[in-house]
Design a protein around this ligand. Structure first.
Ligand SMILES: *[C@@H]1O[C@H](CO)[C@@H](O)[C@H](O)[C@H]1NC(C)=O
Ligand SMILES: *[C@@H]1O[C@H](CO)[C@@H](O)[C@H](O)[C@H]1NC(C)=O
Ligand SMILES: *[C@@H]1O[C@H](CO)[C@@H](O)[C@H](O)[C@H]1NC(C)=O
Ligand SMILES: *[C@@H]1O[C@H](CO)[C@@H](O)[C@H](O)[C@H]1NC(C)=O
Ligand SMILES: *[C@@H]1O[C@H](CO)[C@@H](O)[C@H](O)[C@H]1NC(C)=O
Ligand SMILES: *[C@@H]1O[C@H](CO)[C@@H](O)[C@H](O)[C@H]1NC(C)=O
Length: 539
């Protein structure tokens, strides 16, 4: 074999070997078979040595201090195959191009021969590995061929960073194509080297910073964020003005809490007929359930009121919602809609004292208990809220399930009408004791009832006491003195009309003694002690 190596073929020694071994007519060995089976000739050292003498610029001559002959031998095997695969015109002398375009089956194999690229033949000017779907990082070995003028790695699946620094040694490169790959964005545009190439070298390579994408991101950030903030502010505003009941409790104002139409709408299933419990021309009464499950009564007034009246309405509501007594229906708040205003109170089952009196045959003790609650509430209002006026009728005082009376109709009215209030209480008291038929004769005409009562003697009145009270010896004193108290109360003109404080004293004494003796009907009752106030003597 050594005899065939001519001095002219100093670079591609084994190609000649290969060509001899594999004439064009026979089946060739593959590059891998050749790498495995061929061995360097004994005088290979000499051949290389001579080559380097003749051409010192050969890359393997200058590459390292210690030349690895085995590697160089393998290099020459790969070179001869690659030259042929790349359809170079003359693979005996030297070859100018590596063209493995559209050769997916062998392209990666050749890229993997690092020992070939390390001694990349200086004759090579053009490298084309395009359209091979090669995966992996950038093929750095190719950059050993620093002399090349053209490099095409397009239409593959290379990924990761492009080695910008290594490229700078490719000073003769005039054509570059890295298009259609999956590189990560790199600062190609900042590098002086890459200025030689325009964007068509990097189409869809992933390497260029996509300004469109960046712009879109910037727009989203610059426009979207403020929009988001604005939307949140609008949403919060909507919550504050429409549904403050959804806000955390600390954000809800505790004093003067107003309801919004939206809250009422939600509480009443959109003002559904199912929730409508009462209706007249100007007022609709709904039962509603708030978000915290509180049952409420919503009185909606559909009357047109002036701005001034509305302010007055709000001021009144503020006062009413401050009232707090166990015998007063609690006012929870108010609401102003476009066409209505509403007052929201706690929900009470609607049995009033009138119904209770005619239905349940309540005992004397129970009647006293109800009177006690009413008087307590009257005293509370008298002392703390003298401006609050209330409607004291058996039909408007409700009863809780614990038999607590609840004054349900009240409003801000005039002060200094305590005499009238006491008179009203007198009527209420008498109604609690006397037969229903007595009041029915007057059909709600209090003045008539009062003047009729004042014509009666106590003994005559005693005849009219509701027989269901079942007056016993022990309760007789209380009943009598209650009648006389009622009479004194309804006499507005008299100096003897008792004050609320006095009424309170009397009723609470009666109430307490009944508590001590729950079945007072069967025991002796020291009526004198209870009703023995000097002002309350029978006429
Ligand atoms: C190769 O041969 C030359 C002389 O021809 C000798 O000087 C050199 O040391 C040899 N190198 C190797 C690696 O055998
Ligand atoms: C050279 O390449 C051609 C096709 O490109 C192939 O048919 C032939 O076998 C190759 N020869 C060698 C020695 O590899
Ligand atoms: C890439 O190769 C495929 C076949 O592998 C071929 O159909 C296609 O035309 C080639 N594309 C280019 C741009 O050479
Ligand atoms: C570039 O080409 C010139 C002239 O052909 C050559 O002298 C130089 O060595 C080449 N550069 C590299 C890096 O190969
Ligand atoms: C990019 O450069 C190539 C030459 O390298 C040229 O043919 C092509 O027109 C240029 N394209 C653009 C968009 O400038
Ligand atoms: C690079 O290759 C792609 C795909 O083949 C092609 O569209 C593009 O024009 C090429 N760029 C250059 C600079 O030749």
């Amino acid at each position: 074999m050594a005899t065939t190596i001519s001095s002219t073929c100093f670079i591609f020694v084994p190609i000649i070997l290969s060509s001899l071994l594999c004439p064009k007519t026979t089946l060739c060995a593959t590059v891998l078979e050749d790498l495995k089976n061929l061995h360097k000739p004994p005088d290979f050292n000499t051949t290389i040595f001579n080559n380097c003498l003749k051409n010192p610029s050969l890359r393997y001559c200058t590459s390292s201090p210690m030349v690895d002959l085995d590697e160089i031998f393998k290099h020459t095997i790969v070179a001869s195959h690659l030259c042929n695969e790349s359809n170079n015109p003359n693979c005996v002398e030297s070859f100018p191009k590596i063209d493995l375009r559209n050769r997916p089956n062998i392209a990666s194999l050749y890229l993997s021969f690092t020992f070939f690229w390390k001694y990349c033949p200086l004759s090579i000017q053009s490298i084309d590995f395009s359209n091979n779907s090669i995966k992996g990082g950038f093929p750095n070995d190719v950059l050993y061929c620093t002399q090349i003028q053209s490099l095409d790695l397009g239409i593959n699946e290379f990924s990761g960073e492009i080695p910008i620094q290594s490229f700078s040694s490719l000073t003769n490169l005039t054509f570059l194509n890295l298009s259609y790959n999956c590189f990560s964005e790199s600062e190609i545009s900042d590098s002086q080297f890459f200025k030689k190439f325009n964007a068509s070298s990097f189409l869809h390579s992933g390497a260029l910073v996509d300004h469109k994408k960046f712009t879109i991101k910037a727009i989203i950030l610059l426009v979207g964020f403020p929009i988001l903030v604005i939307l949140m502010v609008i949403f919060l505003g909507w919550l504050c003005f429409q549904r403050p009941d959804f806000l955390p409790r600390i954000l809800q104002s505790s004093r003067g809490y107003t309801f919004t139409p939206a809250i009422l709408e939600a509480a009443t299933c959109g003002f559904s007929n199912k929730n409508l419990v009462g209706k007249s021309d100007i007022v609709h009464i709904y039962k509603g359930v708030l978000r915290d499950a509180t049952e409420v009564k919503i009185e909606m007034y559909w009357d047109d009121i002036s701005r001034d009246s509305y302010h007055k309405f709000v001021e009144e509501c503020k006062i009413l919602s401050e009232l707090n007594h166990k015998n007063l229906v609690k006012v929870l708040g108010w609401c102003k809609g476009r066409k209505f205003r509403a007052i929201i109170t706690e929900w009470t089952e609607e049995e009033n004292v009138e119904m209770w009196l005619s239905g349940a045959s309540p005992s004397w003790n129970h009647r006293v208990k109800v009177l006690m609650g009413v008087v307590e509430c009257m005293l509370y209002l008298h002392e703390e809220w003298p401006e609050v006026d209330y409607d004291l009728k058996t039909s408007s005082v409700l009863l809780s399930d614990k038999l607590e009376p609840l004054i349900s109709r009240f409003q801000v009215g005039e002060r200094n009408n305590s005499r009238r209030k006491v008179c009203k209480f007198g009527v209420f008291l008498l109604e609690m004791i006397l037969n229903k038929s007595v009041q029915e004769d007057f059909d709600g005409d209090d003045a008539g009832f009062i003047s009729y009562m004042r014509t009666l003697r106590l003994s005559e009145m005693q005849q009219m006491v509701d027989e269901r009270i079942n007056v016993t010896e022990t309760t007789l004193h209380q009943v009598k003195q209650a009648l006389s108290l009622g009479l004194m109360c309804i006499d507005q003109s008299s100096k003897e009309q008792p004050s609320l404080a006095q009424i309170f004293n009397i009723v609470s004494k009666a109430y307490k003694s009944n508590l001590v003796l729950p079945s007072a009907n069967h025991k002796t009752f020291h009526g004198d002690k209870v009703m023995g106030h000097k002002h309350f003597q029978f006429r």
